[in-house]
Write a protein that binds this ligand. Structure first.
Ligand SMILES: Cc1cc2nc3c(=O)[nH]c(=O)nc-3n(C[C@H](O)[C@H](O)[C@H](O)COP(=O)(O)OP(=O)(O)OC[C@H]3O[C@@H](n4cnc5c(N)ncnc54)[C@H](O)[C@@H]3O)c2cc1C
Length: 431
C-alpha cells in the first residue's frame, strides 16, 4: 500500500482524500466511529478554499451555520464586531459553524467516495520503520484483533493523541500556555441578533475567556478556557462550574439564563504542545498530531486541513522515491505549517494580557491595522506582504499599550508565570 493515514478527523480525511484523488492507494484508520462528538466547531474563511478543493463545499454549506465574523466583549461589557468582510486580501467574507459529528462524518464519507480504504473502529497501536524505508503499522480491528500492514508512507493525523510524536519522544507540552477548557452543547442559549446571528462570541473574564458558537438546530456550543489555578479552586461539578463562570459576565449571564445542557459538560487540560519534528523518513505529522495552540481564534480545524494540503508535496516526492526532493519538500512543509501557526500564536499568547484587551476594546483602524487583524482572524495572517506589515505595526502599537499599562501588565505576567508552574498531574481536576 502507498499511504496509511492514522486518524479520520479533518486533517486525516483531507490528506487521504486528496492523495486518493491523485491515484495513490490510501488506507485510513479511525479508532472511533462517526458520527462522534468532537470539539472545534467554528471554522475560518481560510477553510472555504480547502472544502472546495475537496469537492464538499456545498455539502458543508447545507449542514452549517453561516459565520459572518467574530465579536469580542471586554470586562466593560462593550462588544466589538470583527466582520470577515472587512479583511484585507482575498479570503471569503464568511466561514461556517459546524457540528463536528456531522462535519467529520461528511469528510470521512468523502474519503470513501474518493476510493480511500477508510475503516472505523480500527486503532493504530504502533508504527515501526523498516530497513527498506517503508513502515510496519500494527492496528486492532472492530473485534480487537491485531493486524499488521506495510505502508510506504505514514501520515499521522491522530489529533491530540499525537501517536507518533509521543511514541518517538518528540512531544513537547507548551510551558508558556497552560490552560484548561470546560465546554458543552446547550439549547435555549440566545444567539446574536440580525445579521450577526452566526457570529462566534468571545468574552474576556478575570480567569480566561468564554466562547459561544451557534450551531444548527438552535444548539449552542459554550465553553470557557481558564487558567489552571481557577480550575483548581472548583468544588462543584463541571456544569455548575461553567454556569458559575457564565453568570459572572453580564452578557453571557443574560444569553444563557434559560439554557439547558444537551449532554455532559467536558473538560480538557494542558493542551498546547508542539512536536519537535514534523516529519521523518516516510512519516509526516499533520494537524493536532503535530501541534496544538489555544483555540481562541478558532484556528485548529483550518490549521489541521491546511497542513494536510501542505503535506501533499513531500508525500508525492516520497512516493516517487525522490529522496532529495522529499528533503526539500519537507523543509518547505514545516516552514509553511509553522508560519501559519505562528501568525496566530503571537496573538494567542498575549490574548489575555491587559494591553491586548485594551486594544480589542479600542479597535482603531489607523494604517488599516484593524483590517489586518481581521485577516489574521480569517486565517490570512501570513498572507500578503501588506497584511504582514500591518500586523507588525499592530505589534509595535501593542508594545506601546503595554508600556502605558506597566503595572497591570506586570501583574498579568506574574499570574501567567504562576500558572505555567501548575502542572496537571492531578487529572481529577478535569472530571
Ligand atoms: C476546547 C477546544 C476548543 C476548540 N475550538 C475550536 C474551534 O472553535 N475551531 C477550530 O477550528 N478548532 C477548535 N479546536 C481545535 C480542533 O478541535 C482541532 O484543532 C481539530 O479537530 C484538529 O483536527 P485533526 O484532524 O488534527 O484532529 P482530530 O479532529 O482530533 O482527529 C483525530 C482523529 O484521530 C483519531 N485517532 C487518534 N488516535 C488514533 C489511533 N491510534 N488510531 C486511529 N485513529 C486515531 C481520533 O479518534 C480522531 O478522530 C478546539 C480545541 C479544543 C480543545
Amino acid at each position: 500500500m502507498d499511504v496509511l493515514v492514522i486518524g479520520g478527523g479533518p486533517a486525516g480525511t483531507t490528506a487521504a482524500a486528496l492523495l486518493a484523488q491523485e491515484g495513490w492507494q490510501v488506507m485510513l484508520l479511525e479508532k472511533d466511529s462517526h458520527p462522534r462528538f468532537h470539539i472545534g466547531e467554528s471554522l475560518l474563511p481560510g477553510n472555504v478554499a480547502i472544502l472546495k478543493q475537496l469537492g464538499v463545499l456545498e455539502q458543508v454549506r447545507d449542514i452549517a451555520v453561516h459565520k459572518p465574523g467574530a465579536d469580542f466583549t471586554g470586562p466593560d461589557g462593550i462588544t466589538h464586531n470583527f466582520p470577515f468582510a472587512t479583511a484585507l486580501g482575498t479570503t471569503p467574507d464568511y466561514a461556517f459553524q459546524v457540528l463536528r459529528s456531522q462535519f467529520d462524518e461528511l469528510l470521512f464519507a468523502n474519503c470513501v467516495a474518493k476510493g480511500v480504504d477508510a475503516r472505523q473502529q480500527h486503532q493504530v497501536i504502533s508504527v515501526a520503520a523498516r530497513n527498506d524505508g517503508a513502515h510496519l503499522v500494527v492496528y486492532t480491528d472492530t473485534r480487537d484483533i491485531k493486524h499488521a500492514v506495510v505502508a510506504r508512507l505514514v501520515i499521522d493525523a491522530s489529533g491530540r493523541d499525537a501517536l507518533m510524536a509521543k511514541q518517538q519522544g518528540w512531544h513537547q507540552p507548551s510551558r508558556r500556555h497552560a490552560s484548561a477548557a470546560v465546554f458543552g452543547h446547550f439549547r435555549l442559549a440566545q444567539p446574536r441578533q440580525g445579521n450577526l446571528e452566526g457570529n462566534i462570541s468571545v468574552y474576556w473574564f478575570e480567569g480566561g475567556w468564554i466562547w459561544m458558537i451557534p450551531l444548527p438546530d438552535g444548539v449552542m456550543s459554550i465553553g470557557a478556557v481558564c487558567c489552571p489555578s481557577l480550575l483548581k479552586q472548583r468544588h462543584t461539578n463541571l456544569e455548575t462550574f461553567l454556569r458559575h463562570i457564565l453568570a459572572g459576565v453580564p452578557d453571557t449571564a443574560t444569553r444563557t439564563a434559560d439554557m439547558v445542557a444537551l449532554g455532559p459538560v467536558h473538560a480538557t487540560g494542558n493542551y498546547s504542545y508542539q512536536s519537535r519534528y514534523s516529519h521523518a523518513a516516510g512519516v509526516l505529522l499533520v494537524g493536532d498530531a503535530y501541534a496544538f495552540i489555544d483555540p481562541v481564534f478558532s484556528s485548529g480545524v483550518y490549521l489541521a486541513m491546511n497542513s494536510a494540503v501542505a503535506c501533499l508535496a513531500p508525500a508525492r516526492a516520497w512516493l516517487r522515491g525522490d529522496r532529495r526532493q522529499y528533503r526539500r519538500a519537507t523543509r518547505r512543509f514545516t516552514t509553511r505549517v509553522d508560519r501559519k501557526m505562528g501568525a496566530f500564536a503571537w496573538f494567542i499568547l498575549r490574548f489575555t494580557t491587559p494591553a491586548m484587551r485594551e486594544m480589542f476594546r479600542n479597535p482603531r483602524n489607523d494604517w488599516r491595522v484593524r483590517q489586518a487583524v481581521v485577516s489574521m482572524l480569517a486565517g490570512d495572517g501570513d498572507g500578503s506582504a501588506d497584511i504582514r506589515t500591518r500586523l507588525r505595526l499592530f505589534r509595535i502599537l501593542y508594545m506601546g499599550y503595554r508600556l502605558r499599562r506597566g503595572l497591570s501588565s506586570w501583574r498579568a505576567w506574574l499570574l501567567r508565570r504562576k500558572n505555567r508552574q501548575v502542572v496537571f498531574q492531578d487529572e481529577t481536576i478535569l472530571h
